[in-house]
Design a protein around this ligand. Structure first.
Ligand code: SAH
Ligand code: SF4
Length: 431
């Protein structure tokens, strides 16, 4: 979501006449787009800002003015700390107000030396004010939903991105058609809780994610569709049927479970049990046996016992995720879990994370190894580190390197997989 927001921020700035600078030293305006989900990400903002302040000073010595801005969720949660700890920041704006950048920059120009802060939850939707987003190449993100009403007890998102809102169906389709016209082959629909999408159609009727997927599927030239991130309890039978009926919908689903223990899931305020999660996975597999799953996990949530953790490992063994993201529980001020008894020591969190990751990686490696010898359609997105090498993604979101001409960038190419590690595949063009 932050990559998407950063692209939209760049589009606003381009409209104002800004161009991308190749180095920090040559930039008149530096914006940090920030994440508040875990403490580490939030703290990194302040160390990065320290380095940027240094650049501002060096430029000032040469008589150059530098405007420093901070965007994103850290601003929403810590606007006062930013003004206090980094007074050289010229403006700070939350994730729902960055469409106001033209006014904010004008205010900054009029009031040099004062930090302009905008952390309102605005009545208007930023999407109605953003300039047309440019296609990001062969793959583009498209935000369709923002915010979250789930209030998992560990999570800052409902407080930083606000309550859940969905963009109207026609707006999404229009943006998708434009991206495809500009060369996008794959669209990844984004939202904090994307499968609770309920945007209005032209007649004012609320429509589901399944409906939106069906409409997007009709767009000629669009080859691949994905959606991220889904909430297990909001996976409907209609959505499951899409995985059976829509060939452009990629056979990979990111469905965060967080824990395999029912008592921890309850304390997290998740609206699913481990059993219900497995049932949903079963239904999805029955609808499309080719589906591969990925997930998010938190270890060391307050009160997590060895038995709770073992239940998580068990769930992993039952699903055999092909990819996963796992985190140590991070105590976030203002969330209910931060005040819960039974906070887990850092040492235990680390031990559990290592055990979980070893298990997850073993399944990921096995899935990647099983891909060797197969022919897969790969969408090449970027140039590799070595000359003549391109990097793309398989339908299962595996990174794949191949020796290929640059004219294969932003194209889908048939590749025979020749080798595999935990994190990537290599292959050669087929035929
Ligand atoms: N809406 C998505 C996830 C959004 S946040 C969902 O509900 O699944 C992305 C991931 O960050 C979460 O799935 C969770 O695993 C992790 N996360 C969120 N808050 C966290 C915290 N306080 N500590 C550690 N991990 C956290
Ligand atoms: Fe956070 Fe996801 Fe839970 Fe929403 S559903 S509160 S975004 S973890």
């Amino acid at each position: 979501m932050n990559v998407y927001d950063s692209n939209r921020i760049a589009a606003i700035l381009r409209q104002l006449g800004y161009m991308e600078a190749s180095t920090f030293r040559s930039a008149d305006l530096i914006i940090l787009n920030t994440c508040h989900i875990r403490e580490k990400a939030a703290e990194k903002v302040f160390s990065d800002l320290g380095r940027i302040e240094q650049i501002k000073k060096e430029r000032a010595a040469e008589g150059l003015d530098t405007v420093i801005g901070v965007c994103g969720c850290v601003v929403q949660a810590e606007d006062e700390q930013i003004a206090k700890r980094a007074p050289y920041v010229d403006f700070a704006t939350g994730p729902l107000t960055y469409h106001r950048l033209p006014e904010i920059l004008a205010k900054v120009a009029r009031n040099r030396g004062i930090t302009v802060i905008d952390t309102e939850f605005p009545a208007e939707s930023k999407f109605d004010f953003l300039p047309a987003g440019k296609s990001q190449g062969g793959c583009s993100f498209l935000a369709i939903q923002e915010g979250c009403n789930n209030f998992c007890t560990y999570c800052v998102v409902p407080y930083t991105r606000g309550i859940e809102t969905s963009r109207p169906v026609e707006d999404v389709l229009k943006e998708a058609r434009r991206l495809v016209d500009e060369g996008t082959l794959e669209i990844n629909l984004l939202g904090q809780n994307v499968n609770s999408y309920h945007g209005e159609d032209a007649s004012g009727k609320e429509r589901s994610l399944a409906y939106l997927l069906q409409r997007l599927h009709e767009i000629d030239g669009l080859r691949r569709i994905r959606y991220t991130t889904s909430y297990p309890a909001d996976v409907t039978d209609e959505l499951i049927a899409c995985h059976r009926d829509l060939p452009k919908l990629m056979p990979y689903l990111h469905l965060p479970v967080q824990s395999g223990s029912d008592s921890i899931l309850k304390a997290m305020n998740r609206r699913h049990t481990a059993g219900q999660y497995l049932e949903i996975i079963g239904k999805l597999k029955a609808a499309n046996p080719r589906l591969g799953f990925s997930s998010d996990f938190i270890v060391g949530f307050p009160g997590e016992t060895d038995a709770d953790f073992e239940a998580t490992l068990n769930l992993v063994r039952q699903v055999g995720f092909i990819q996963a993201f796992s985190f140590k529980y991070s105590r976030r001020a203002g969330t209910p879990a931060a005040l819960m008894p039974g906070q887990i020591e850092e040492k235990v969190k680390k031990e559990r994370l290592d055990i979980l990751q070893n298990l997850l990686f073993s399944y990921q490696l096995k899935f990647n190894k099983d891909s060797v010898g197969k022919i897969m359609p790969v969408l090449f997105e970027i140039k590799g580190r070595h000359k003549g090498q391109l990097i793309g993604r398989t339908p299962y979101m595996q990174n794949l390197h191949a020796e290929l001409d640059n004219n294969n960038l932003n194209r889908i190419v048939s590749v025979r997989v020749t080798d595999a590690t935990t994190n990537s595949l290599s292959g050669v063009m087929e035929g």
